[in-house]
Design a protein around this ligand. Structure first.
Ligand code: SF4
Length: 255
Protein backbone atom coordinates (compact mmCIF):
# COMPACT_ATOMS: atom_id res chain seq x y z
CA UNK A 1 0.00 0.00 0.00
CA UNK A 2 1.15 3.54 -0.70
CA UNK A 3 1.30 5.66 2.43
CA UNK A 4 1.99 9.36 2.83
CA UNK A 5 4.54 8.66 5.55
CA UNK A 6 7.03 7.14 3.11
CA UNK A 7 5.85 8.51 -0.22
CA UNK A 8 9.30 10.06 -0.78
CA UNK A 9 10.72 6.53 -1.20
CA UNK A 10 8.10 5.18 -3.56
CA UNK A 11 9.75 5.86 -6.93
CA UNK A 12 12.75 4.00 -5.59
CA UNK A 13 10.47 1.24 -4.24
CA UNK A 14 8.74 0.88 -7.61
CA UNK A 15 12.01 0.60 -9.54
CA UNK A 16 13.31 -1.88 -6.97
CA UNK A 17 10.17 -4.03 -7.33
CA UNK A 18 10.52 -4.13 -11.11
CA UNK A 19 14.22 -4.92 -10.91
CA UNK A 20 13.62 -7.80 -8.47
CA UNK A 21 10.69 -9.16 -10.42
CA UNK A 22 12.84 -9.16 -13.55
CA UNK A 23 15.65 -10.87 -11.70
CA UNK A 24 13.79 -13.52 -9.73
CA UNK A 25 10.40 -14.03 -11.35
CA UNK A 26 8.86 -13.93 -14.78
CA UNK A 27 10.07 -11.27 -17.17
CA UNK A 28 8.20 -8.00 -16.82
CA UNK A 29 6.81 -6.81 -20.11
CA UNK A 30 3.89 -4.61 -21.04
CA UNK A 31 1.84 -7.80 -21.24
CA UNK A 32 2.89 -9.29 -17.96
CA UNK A 33 3.56 -6.50 -15.58
CA UNK A 34 4.45 -6.03 -12.03
CA UNK A 35 1.42 -6.39 -9.81
CA UNK A 36 1.39 -4.87 -6.34
CA UNK A 37 -1.12 -3.37 -3.96
CA UNK A 38 -1.18 0.27 -4.98
CA UNK A 39 -4.07 1.19 -2.73
CA UNK A 40 -3.46 4.53 -1.05
CA UNK A 41 -3.44 4.48 2.75
CA UNK A 42 -6.29 6.88 3.43
CA UNK A 43 -5.06 8.46 6.62
CA UNK A 44 -5.52 12.17 7.15
CA UNK A 45 -1.86 12.97 6.50
CA UNK A 46 -1.76 13.77 2.77
CA UNK A 47 -0.28 17.25 2.95
CA UNK A 48 0.22 19.28 -0.23
CA UNK A 49 3.88 18.30 -0.26
CA UNK A 50 3.02 14.58 0.08
CA UNK A 51 0.42 14.84 -2.68
CA UNK A 52 3.02 16.38 -5.01
CA UNK A 53 5.35 13.44 -4.29
CA UNK A 54 2.49 11.04 -5.04
CA UNK A 55 1.84 12.74 -8.39
CA UNK A 56 5.55 12.37 -9.21
CA UNK A 57 5.17 8.64 -8.57
CA UNK A 58 2.15 8.43 -10.88
CA UNK A 59 4.12 10.30 -13.54
CA UNK A 60 6.98 7.85 -13.11
CA UNK A 61 4.67 4.83 -13.48
CA UNK A 62 2.91 6.40 -16.46
CA UNK A 63 6.24 7.03 -18.22
CA UNK A 64 7.44 3.50 -17.47
CA UNK A 65 4.21 1.99 -18.78
CA UNK A 66 4.22 4.20 -21.88
CA UNK A 67 7.77 3.11 -22.70
CA UNK A 68 6.97 -0.57 -22.02
CA UNK A 69 4.08 -0.28 -24.48
CA UNK A 70 6.59 0.92 -27.09
CA UNK A 71 4.90 4.34 -27.13
CA UNK A 72 1.98 2.72 -28.92
CA UNK A 73 -1.39 4.29 -28.14
CA UNK A 74 -3.52 1.22 -28.79
CA UNK A 75 -1.32 -1.04 -26.67
CA UNK A 76 -1.30 1.49 -23.85
CA UNK A 77 -5.06 2.11 -24.02
CA UNK A 78 -5.92 -1.59 -23.96
CA UNK A 79 -3.45 -2.31 -21.21
CA UNK A 80 -4.75 0.48 -19.02
CA UNK A 81 -8.45 0.79 -19.78
CA UNK A 82 -9.73 -2.65 -20.69
CA UNK A 83 -10.80 -4.48 -17.57
CA UNK A 84 -12.59 -7.48 -19.04
CA UNK A 85 -10.42 -10.50 -18.40
CA UNK A 86 -11.41 -12.34 -21.60
CA UNK A 87 -10.79 -9.31 -23.82
CA UNK A 88 -7.47 -8.67 -22.12
CA UNK A 89 -6.45 -12.25 -22.75
CA UNK A 90 -7.51 -11.96 -26.38
CA UNK A 91 -4.94 -9.19 -26.75
CA UNK A 92 -2.37 -11.15 -24.78
CA UNK A 93 -2.52 -9.13 -21.55
CA UNK A 94 -2.59 -11.30 -18.51
CA UNK A 95 -1.53 -8.95 -15.73
CA UNK A 96 -4.33 -7.99 -13.32
CA UNK A 97 -5.28 -4.33 -13.40
CA UNK A 98 -7.67 -3.99 -10.51
CA UNK A 99 -5.06 -2.25 -8.36
CA UNK A 100 -3.37 -0.36 -11.16
CA UNK A 101 -2.28 2.98 -9.71
CA UNK A 102 -2.68 4.87 -12.97
CA UNK A 103 -6.18 3.62 -13.59
CA UNK A 104 -9.18 5.55 -12.37
CA UNK A 105 -10.58 3.38 -9.61
CA UNK A 106 -13.55 1.92 -11.37
CA UNK A 107 -12.96 -1.66 -10.48
CA UNK A 108 -13.36 -3.27 -7.13
CA UNK A 109 -10.94 -5.73 -5.65
CA UNK A 110 -12.67 -8.72 -7.19
CA UNK A 111 -12.29 -7.16 -10.61
CA UNK A 112 -15.90 -6.12 -11.14
CA UNK A 113 -16.75 -2.71 -12.45
CA UNK A 114 -18.10 -0.57 -9.62
CA UNK A 115 -21.18 0.79 -11.37
CA UNK A 116 -21.96 3.04 -8.45
CA UNK A 117 -18.49 2.92 -6.95
CA UNK A 118 -20.32 2.25 -3.72
CA UNK A 119 -18.65 -0.32 -1.52
CA UNK A 120 -15.04 0.65 -1.62
CA UNK A 121 -14.04 -1.02 1.59
CA UNK A 122 -14.56 -4.50 2.94
CA UNK A 123 -16.19 -3.35 6.16
CA UNK A 124 -19.75 -4.17 5.16
CA UNK A 125 -18.88 -7.24 3.12
CA UNK A 126 -16.99 -9.30 5.65
CA UNK A 127 -17.26 -10.40 9.25
CA UNK A 128 -14.29 -9.28 11.33
CA UNK A 129 -13.33 -11.09 14.52
CA UNK A 130 -10.54 -9.95 16.76
CA UNK A 131 -8.41 -13.07 17.32
CA UNK A 132 -7.11 -11.70 20.60
CA UNK A 133 -10.44 -11.81 22.46
CA UNK A 134 -12.88 -13.17 19.84
CA UNK A 135 -14.84 -9.93 19.82
CA UNK A 136 -16.89 -9.06 16.74
CA UNK A 137 -15.78 -5.71 15.33
CA UNK A 138 -16.64 -3.66 12.23
CA UNK A 139 -12.99 -3.72 11.04
CA UNK A 140 -9.46 -3.33 12.37
CA UNK A 141 -9.67 0.47 12.13
CA UNK A 142 -12.97 0.79 13.97
CA UNK A 143 -12.43 -1.73 16.75
CA UNK A 144 -13.25 0.72 19.51
CA UNK A 145 -15.31 -0.58 22.50
CA UNK A 146 -18.33 1.54 21.51
CA UNK A 147 -18.35 -0.07 18.04
CA UNK A 148 -17.94 -3.68 19.21
CA UNK A 149 -20.91 -5.78 18.15
CA UNK A 150 -20.49 -8.79 20.36
CA UNK A 151 -18.25 -11.62 21.36
CA UNK A 152 -18.00 -15.38 21.41
CA UNK A 153 -18.50 -16.92 24.83
CA UNK A 154 -16.10 -19.70 25.68
CA UNK A 155 -16.47 -22.49 28.22
CA UNK A 156 -14.00 -25.34 28.59
CA UNK A 157 -12.12 -24.24 25.50
CA UNK A 158 -15.25 -24.35 23.38
CA UNK A 159 -17.34 -21.60 21.86
CA UNK A 160 -20.76 -22.04 23.45
CA UNK A 161 -22.56 -18.82 22.59
CA UNK A 162 -22.46 -15.44 20.87
CA UNK A 163 -23.41 -12.43 23.01
CA UNK A 164 -24.06 -8.81 22.10
CA UNK A 165 -21.72 -6.16 23.48
CA UNK A 166 -22.67 -2.71 24.77
CA UNK A 167 -21.48 -1.29 21.45
CA UNK A 168 -23.89 -3.33 19.33
CA UNK A 169 -25.85 -0.28 18.14
CA UNK A 170 -22.65 1.46 17.09
CA UNK A 171 -21.55 -1.73 15.37
CA UNK A 172 -24.67 -1.95 13.21
CA UNK A 173 -24.59 1.78 12.49
CA UNK A 174 -21.12 1.35 11.01
CA UNK A 175 -21.50 -1.89 9.10
CA UNK A 176 -24.79 -0.79 7.53
CA UNK A 177 -23.20 2.42 6.36
CA UNK A 178 -22.22 2.71 2.73
CA UNK A 179 -18.71 4.22 2.69
CA UNK A 180 -19.59 6.16 -0.46
CA UNK A 181 -22.20 8.13 1.46
CA UNK A 182 -19.81 10.48 3.21
CA UNK A 183 -21.58 13.75 4.02
CA UNK A 184 -19.84 15.59 1.18
CA UNK A 185 -19.62 12.80 -1.39
CA UNK A 186 -23.07 13.18 -2.92
CA UNK A 187 -22.20 16.62 -4.27
CA UNK A 188 -18.58 15.94 -5.16
CA UNK A 189 -17.54 16.21 -8.84
CA UNK A 190 -15.31 13.13 -8.63
CA UNK A 191 -17.71 10.88 -6.74
CA UNK A 192 -17.88 8.39 -9.62
CA UNK A 193 -14.14 7.78 -9.57
CA UNK A 194 -13.16 8.36 -5.98
CA UNK A 195 -12.32 5.35 -3.87
CA UNK A 196 -13.89 7.15 -0.91
CA UNK A 197 -12.59 7.05 2.61
CA UNK A 198 -11.51 4.84 5.46
CA UNK A 199 -14.18 5.20 8.14
CA UNK A 200 -11.64 4.54 10.89
CA UNK A 201 -9.40 7.36 9.66
CA UNK A 202 -12.43 9.69 9.40
CA UNK A 203 -13.47 8.83 12.93
CA UNK A 204 -9.98 9.34 14.32
CA UNK A 205 -9.55 12.61 12.48
CA UNK A 206 -13.00 14.17 12.70
CA UNK A 207 -14.61 12.26 15.58
CA UNK A 208 -17.30 11.34 13.06
CA UNK A 209 -16.94 8.60 10.47
CA UNK A 210 -19.42 10.39 8.18
CA UNK A 211 -17.07 13.30 7.59
CA UNK A 212 -14.34 12.62 5.00
CA UNK A 213 -10.74 13.53 5.82
CA UNK A 214 -9.99 16.71 3.92
CA UNK A 215 -6.46 15.72 2.96
CA UNK A 216 -7.68 12.41 1.48
CA UNK A 217 -10.25 14.32 -0.61
CA UNK A 218 -7.39 16.56 -1.78
CA UNK A 219 -5.33 13.49 -2.68
CA UNK A 220 -8.05 11.95 -4.85
CA UNK A 221 -8.97 15.24 -6.53
CA UNK A 222 -5.31 15.85 -7.37
CA UNK A 223 -4.88 12.28 -8.59
CA UNK A 224 -7.82 12.26 -10.99
CA UNK A 225 -7.07 15.73 -12.31
CA UNK A 226 -3.48 14.70 -12.94
CA UNK A 227 -4.43 11.46 -14.71
CA UNK A 228 -7.17 13.13 -16.77
CA UNK A 229 -4.70 15.77 -17.97
CA UNK A 230 -2.10 13.11 -18.74
CA UNK A 231 -4.53 11.02 -20.77
CA UNK A 232 -5.71 14.12 -22.62
CA UNK A 233 -2.14 15.16 -23.32
CA UNK A 234 -1.23 11.72 -24.69
CA UNK A 235 -4.45 11.50 -26.70
CA UNK A 236 -5.57 8.36 -24.86
CA UNK A 237 -9.16 9.48 -24.25
CA UNK A 238 -9.49 10.63 -27.83
CA UNK A 239 -8.21 7.31 -29.08
CA UNK A 240 -10.68 5.38 -26.92
CA UNK A 241 -13.64 7.51 -27.99
CA UNK A 242 -12.81 7.22 -31.67
CA UNK A 243 -11.67 3.61 -31.71
CA UNK A 244 -13.79 1.27 -33.81
CA UNK A 245 -13.66 -1.08 -30.83
CA UNK A 246 -14.50 1.52 -28.21
CA UNK A 247 -17.05 -0.74 -26.53
CA UNK A 248 -14.22 -2.83 -25.08
CA UNK A 249 -13.00 0.04 -22.94
CA UNK A 250 -14.27 0.85 -19.47
CA UNK A 251 -17.66 2.53 -20.04
CA UNK A 252 -17.02 5.44 -17.68
CA UNK A 253 -14.22 6.73 -19.87
CA UNK A 254 -16.82 7.62 -22.49
CA UNK A 255 -18.73 9.68 -19.98
S1 SF4 B 1 -13.09 13.45 -2.83
FE1 SF4 B 1 -13.92 13.36 -0.74
S2 SF4 B 1 -16.01 14.23 -0.90
FE2 SF4 B 1 -15.31 13.70 -2.98
S3 SF4 B 1 -16.14 11.64 -3.36
FE3 SF4 B 1 -14.02 11.44 -2.58
S4 SF4 B 1 -14.26 11.18 -0.35
FE4 SF4 B 1 -16.20 11.99 -1.11
Amino acid sequence: MIAACNIESWIQNYDWLIEKQRKYFEPVTHKKELSFCALEVRNDDWTENKIQKYLQLLDHIFNYRWKECNYDLKTFAINTFVHDKDIREKYGFNAPISMDPILFYLIDFEGFLCEEVDNTCSLNKQLYINCYNLSIIPCHRTAYPHFRGGYFEIQNNEIVDIKASDGVNGYFNIILKNPSMGLKCNYCPIKLFCLKQCLGACYESNKDYNIPCETVCNLYKAKFLFLAKKYEEYNVFNYILNSSENEIFIPYIKE
